[in-house]
Design a protein around this ligand. Structure first.
Ligand code: ZN
Length: 251
């Protein structure tokens, strides 16, 4: 059966001299793995070899129980070229793609997550000339990761203490909070001693996690702190450190 969908390439590996195996995150179908026969030939049916982060309309033949679908068309939208002009921007986008690949299931659609990912790439593409580029990209990346966790049903508990349920909104000024990956949420000072895996957060980072709207305006130092906590949390969820994480944290 031929299926049409809007898709973003999240992984591409060489399969033979002329073909690739690609993973697409699609809007209506979710993640698919497909063989792109002839994609590396000079007259490729897909406008040349398929690159990670390229996007557009695809047509594919469903795998019908087999592992790989077969890609028959890929009408690429103009590439988001600025993503490749700055290494940190590129790493952030590849990190987001890696997380999608590892945290979503094949044929499990998440249209809102697709829109969020495409929006993240488009916004990242537009940040190339801002003076605070790294800070702005980090803010976008953090918001994307929080959307991803929500969409896959692993939304951390951030508006109240994940243990005693005390509201944290009144505690955002002047209080340090803690994040516990095992408990999947923020922990208040009254409870923190019972959670050996907790990470202590600064007041500013605590405030951002309780109220996301503070994230875009935060300073880079605070965003790096939050990203470090997220990487630690994602590492726990995946059972290993995401490959691109080191490039994000050292940036
Ligand atoms: Zn508590």
């Amino acid at each position: 059966m031929l299926t049409k969908d809007l898709a973003i390439c999240i992984r591409a590996i060489d399969y033979s001299e002329t073909s690739q195996i690609v993973s697409f995150f699609t809007r209506a179908t979710g993640k698919i793995d497909a063989i792109a026969k002839g994609s590396k030939r000079p007259k490729s049916p897909f406008d040349g070899p398929i690159e990670v982060l390229s996007h557009g309309n695809i047509v594919f033949v469903d795998s019908a129980g087999e592992k790989l679908a077969t890609l028959t068309e890929f009408q690429q939208q103009p590439a988001l070229i600025n993503l490749r002009n700055n290494l940190f921007v590129l790493y952030a986008c590849l990190f987001a793609a890696e997380l999608l690949n590892n945290l979503t299931h094949d044929y499990d659609p998440h249209p809102e997550l697709f829109d969020s990912f495409l929006g993240f790439l488009q916004n990242a593409n537009e940040q190339h000339s801002t003076s605070d580029q790294q800070r702005d990209i980090l803010a976008l990346l953090i918001l994307f990761q929080l959307t991803l966790l929500r969409e896959i049903g692993l939304q951390p508990i951030l508006n109240q203490c994940a243990n005693c349920k005390a509201s944290l909104e009144s505690r955002t000024t002047g209080h340090e909070l803690y994040f516990s990956s095992n408990t999947n949420g923020l922990i208040c000072r009254d409870c923190e001693s019972s959670f050996p895996d907790k990470i202590r957060l600064t007041k500013k980072a605590s405030a951002c996690l309780v109220a996301f709207k503070q994230i875009p305006g935060s300073e880079e130092k605070t965003l790096k702190e939050i990203e470090k906590v997220l990487v630690q949390h994602l590492t726990g969820l995946l059972g290993r450190t995401p490959k691109m994480a080191k490039h994000i944290l050292q940036g």
